[in-house]
Ligand binder design. Structure first.
Ligand code: SF4
Ligand code: SF4
Length: 112
C-alpha cells in the first residue's frame, strides 16, 4: 500500500436501521422545539462548560439523532445548567430545559 503521509478519517456513517432512536423520540415528545435546531453552534460557542468538558448542545442533539448514548451521557455530565446557551439560541429553543428533560429521560430509562 502506498504511504501518502496521511490517514483517512474513520467513517462516521451510521446505519439508521440499527441505531436506537428511542431516547431522541422521547426527547421530541417532551421538547418538540428540538426539531427546529439548525445546528448553528451559537450554544456551543457560548457554553461555559464546553472548553473544559466538551459539552455542546448542538453535538448532544446530533449524537441523539445518531443513537450515540455514551457520548450524550458524557456531555450531559459537563453541563452546569447556567443557561447561557438558551440566551443566544437564534431559534429560541429553551436549551437549558431541554438538557433537564434529557437528564430526566436518562434517569427514568437508565440509558448508559
Ligand atoms: S444555538 Fe439553538 S439553533 Fe443553534 S445549534 Fe444551538 S440549539 Fe441549535
Ligand atoms: S446550560 Fe449547560 S450547555 Fe448551556 S451554556 Fe450552560 S453549561 Fe453550556
Amino acid at each position: 500500500m502506498i504511504d501518502f503521509g496521511f490517514n483517512l478519517a474513520p467513517s462516521s456513517a451510521v446505519n439508521l436501521d440499527e441505531i436506537d432512536l428511542s431516547r431522541y423520540r422521547a426527547l421530541l415528545r417532551m421538547e418538540p422545539d428540538a426539531r427546529i435546531c439548525m445546528g448553528c453552534g451559537s450554544c456551543t460557542a457560548t457554553c461555559t462548560a464546553g472548553p473544559f468538558s466538551g459539552m455542546s448542545v448542538r453535538k448532544v442533539l446530533l449524537a441523539l439523532e445518531r443513537g450515540q448514548h455514551v457520548e450524550v451521557n458524557r456531555m450531559l455530565e459537563g453541563c452546569m445548567l447556567c443557561g447561557k446557551c438558551m440566551m443566544v439560541c437564534p431559534r429560541g429553543i429553551n436549551t437549558r430545559h431541554l438538557i433537564l428533560s434529557l437528564c430526566r429521560i436518562k434517569q427514568e430509562e437508565n440509558y448508559d
